[in-house]
Design a protein around this ligand. Sequence first.
Ligand code: OOG
Ligand code: NI
Length: 423
Amino acid sequence: MTIMRNADGIRSKFSMAMSNMYKNEVPLYAELLSIVADVDERQSSEPLPKRNRIERHGAIRLGTAQELQTIARLFSLFNMHPIGYYDLSMVGFPFHATAFRPLTSDALAINPFRVFTSLLRLDLLPEEIRRIAEYALSKQDDLVTEALKTFKWHSAAEIAYEEFNFMRKAHPIVADICSFSSAHINHLTPRTIDIDLVQDAMMHRGMKPKDRIEGPPYRACAILLRQTSFKALDERVRFDDGKGHIVNGHHTARFGEVEQRGAAVTAKGRALYDSLLHKVELATAQKGGGEKIYQAILCKGFEAFPDNWSDLRKQGLVYFEYSVRNNEFIGEHRRAKLSELIESRHIIYKPIVYEDFLPISAAGIFTSNIAGSSNKVTQQTKGDITLFQSYLGGEINEANALYESMQLESLKNCRRELGLIEI
Ligand code: OOG
Ligand code: NI
């Protein structure tokens, strides 16, 4: 227990230290934080929960199984565990990923810091690229001792400029992963309550946000996750020219992102989300046109996703946390059904926050933040969760199982408090 509590404390310190480091390294990120604070203050009628003011997520890209193993051990000290398997090969990227985050409501309430952690799949790279990548990765630091440095930026590359450019042509993220002495944090992401306003503000200040807010459209009942970012900085990096001379090159890797989180959806809700998004993609591909047209098609498409909490609950599309509002006269209701207790306002409910990521959105974020990264080096293929888990040395938690158990736990508490026979 003490260890767990301590771990939560360490996570808070770590996420704060990381944010300070990133503010120094990428001043535009500090500007993004101030936009979010302004927007949220203006848009919120009541004080925001403490959770909203602390940093939310970051991302890191790894090259080898050993690195993943070390990172998993490091994060477990912060009470962050792998949740969800994200197969990026389905969008033609040679990566798979998981998100490390706290598992329980208590730990999330203290500090919900999460890190989207992707791992390069050397097996999906063309032979020639794989050879250079393997060679470059074999020279990287021993991460057991260098764990914290993992998140720091390196302004000198470890490979020759020519090799860098060769890899970059195949896929810029492969070059990003393989060219430095260790990995680096590539973005941090605060949470806002109004991402459309933050997007406008970024545009206004000339911060060059990406064109598209990823995820569902604006809704009265926010679901899942909406994300946007300012584009990665073009940074000077020193390279060896292969003949022992230094050349100045450049690389785009580090950016800042912002997110708005909504309700966690059930498997049924997710299937509906995926199918609507798919239809929107098809319609957009057919129609073409810019971002305005995409947004219009998106909003229209999502009319099929109920947008009030009552219907979302009745149709089993969203996970809820239930609580007792009024336990008077409950003796008369001991056999009452959940729907009746909700009707009579003995029990109230609120949506459970989605704590995870979305693979299609993640691909959109990846793509827009590395110059020239529309090229795909792999054919669409299947993920390999077994391999990923063998590197982790343990199983990945399934996000929906966690939401489901939060919901069940809240119902159990209601039942106990109201002395109900069953609900
Ligand atoms: C990770 C992109 C995924 C998100 O917010 O979906 C991500 C990356 O660019 O390395 O962080
Ligand atoms: Ni992100």
